[in-house]
Design a protein around this ligand. Structure first.
Ligand SMILES: *Cc1c(COP(=O)(O)O)cnc(C)c1O
Length: 484
């Protein structure tokens, strides 16, 4: 068979079987031709990829007809849930009207203008540093690359060009481009690409379970923020351009900082006149029950990176919200800013964002996370701590994590972890996937971030399945003799 006939035969459409797929053939073509992100391809070839064919609300279906609760909202992005015909309609209409035009050469387009104005209105209140401008990109990584360019350009224009260094945190995730991965603090990513690029430095993360033994959360928050001041003094404040962080670290494992952390970081940035950047690619657009995570965490950044939830992932789009301090220099003094992407302000992507945001507003999904679904998830996750495998559980809005442990302890610091070589988190993730619920494993921390459209009944359904899969994992781990 030629590849073309192979492809043509993959989908068998008949009235009695409207959706029928040749899973094996798809898996073979997949492993023959498709290099996946962050994937061990030899292992994938053995197992075969799961083929996802449809989504509706919080549910996905695979090519075998199996229904799965998507506890990860795709990849932290499908905030409005699957199956939103109105987003498809908006994109369809825009594609017929004008699928694409660039915004490089003194041109603009209607959806990009509307979205920029809408975002300026939605952005956090920021006094004289208000977010009145948006730079559009195609992804979160490109948003953070843009921030690196913009921050350095800002300091050139402000007459302090030696301010070049951007400080980030270990175990942060800021994307996978050269600058994004460098800002991120993932050793595995740095090791494979000669990263970080020059001018990026890292401090410890505000992870109470990891570093807060013997002190209160509030004390630990101040301590962790103090690492920023120590780093600034080590580098010399005159060399430091900015600090970047996620309000709640997502890919790092839903690491929720103590409430004392971000206000102290803000105080330190202000003291040394350093730009503060909030990477809201996950926290933005309602994940924590506020439109932007910095509002919940109590700080007011100079720049905000966004992506994922802005379109609920229906079409790729990202960008940077630019506060007055930086915007003023760029616009009034900067002349050409020699940076941009073909797809900056892509009209079809902006049309998807406009309709997505309309849905979030009309269904009050952000308020529901704050008042209804977030508190419900918190209560249900708290109840999971009764399970013999669960050491502790934390939630913030509709992001949650729980730790699988070998022996429970009275505090998070007294729990005894499993041998990391046993990869208990991956075992557990497999039980979840096989039993129709997607959770992500970050080491032995299991995390969820479901669509914001999830109902309290659906949260119950998700947590019941999680509970069942924890039982299966426990059975397996006990069988292997790994429990204390
Ligand atoms: C996903 C993510 C990014 C990268 O976004 P991409 O669209 O994958 O490039 C950046 N920052 C954070 C916090 C993210 O979660």
């Amino acid at each position: 068979m030629t590849t073309n006939t192979k492809i043509a035969s993959l989908r068998i459409s008949a009235p009695e079987a409207p959706e029928s797929f040749d899973t094996q053939a798809l898996q073979q073509l997949d492993s023959a031709h498709f290099l996946h992100p962050f994937t061990d391809h030899a292992a994938l070839r053995e197992r075969g990829a799961r083929v996802i064919v449809r989504g509706d609300g919080i549910y996905l279906w695979d090519s075998e007809g199996k229904k799965i609760i998507d506890g990860m909202a795709g990849l932290w992005c499908v905030n409005a849930g699957y199956g939103r015909a109105s987003i498809a309609d908006a994109v369809h209409a825009q594609m017929l009207q004008l699928p694409f035009y660039n915004s490089f050469f003194n041109t603009t387009n209607v959806p990009a203008v509307k979205l920029a104005a809408l975002l300026a209105g939605l952005a956090p209140q920021n006094g004289p540093n208000a977010f009145q401008h948006v730079f559009f990109t195609g992804s979160g990584s490109e948003a953070n690359d843009t921030i690196v360019r913009m921050v350095r350009r800002y300091w050139q224009l402000a007459g302090q060009p030696e301010r070049q260094v951007i400080i980030s945190r270990r175990n942060a995730y800021h994307g996978s481009t050269l600058a994004g991965a460098s800002l991120g603090g993932m050793p595995g990513m740095h090791a494979q690409g000669g990263l970080p690029i020059p001018g990026i430095d890292h401090i410890g993360q505000p992870n109470y379970a990891e570093g807060g033994r013997g002190m209160s959360e509030a004390q630990f928050g101040l301590l962790a923020a103090g690492w920023l001041e120590a780093k600034i003094l080590e580098l010399g404040p005159e060399n430091v351009a900015a600090f970047i962080g996620e309000p709640v670290q997502g890919a790092g494992g839903v690491i929720i900082p103590p409430s004392t952390y971000w206000p102290e970081v803000q105080r330190i940035c202000d003291k040394y006149d350093i730009l503060l950047v909030s990477d809201e690619v996950i926290c933005g657009f309602g994940r924590l029950g506020t439109w932007f995570g910095c509002e919940l965490m109590g700080f007011t950044p100079d720049l905000i990176a966004f992506a994922k939830g802005v379109t609920s992932g229906y079409v790729p789009l990202g960008g940077v919200l630019v506060g007055g301090r930086v915007a003023h220099q760029l616009i009034e003094k900067g002349g050409d800013f020699n940076h941009g992407f073909t797809y900056s302000g892509h009209p079809s992507a902006c049309a998807a964002a406009l309709e997505n945001i309309r849905i979030l507003q009309a269904e009050r999904l952000v308020e529901r996370v704050a008042l209804e679904t977030g508190p419900h998830l918190k209560a249900r996750f708290a109840s999971l701590v009764a399970h013999p495998l669960v050491g502790h559980a934390e939630t913030c809005g509709l992001a949650a994590g729980l730790n699988l442990v070998r022996r429970k302890g009275a505090t998070v610091h007294d729990c005894e972890p499993f041998d990391s070589a046993h990869a208990v988190g991956m075992l557990c993730r497999k039980h979840m996937f096989d039993n129709g619920v997607i959770m992500r494993a970050v080491g032995d921390r299991m995390i969820v971030a479901p669509p914001l459209s999830i109902t309290t009944t659906q949260i119950d359904e998700m947590v019941e399945r999680i509970q069942y899969c924890l039982d299966l994992t426990l059975e397996e781990v006990v069988g292997k003799g790994w429990m204390a």
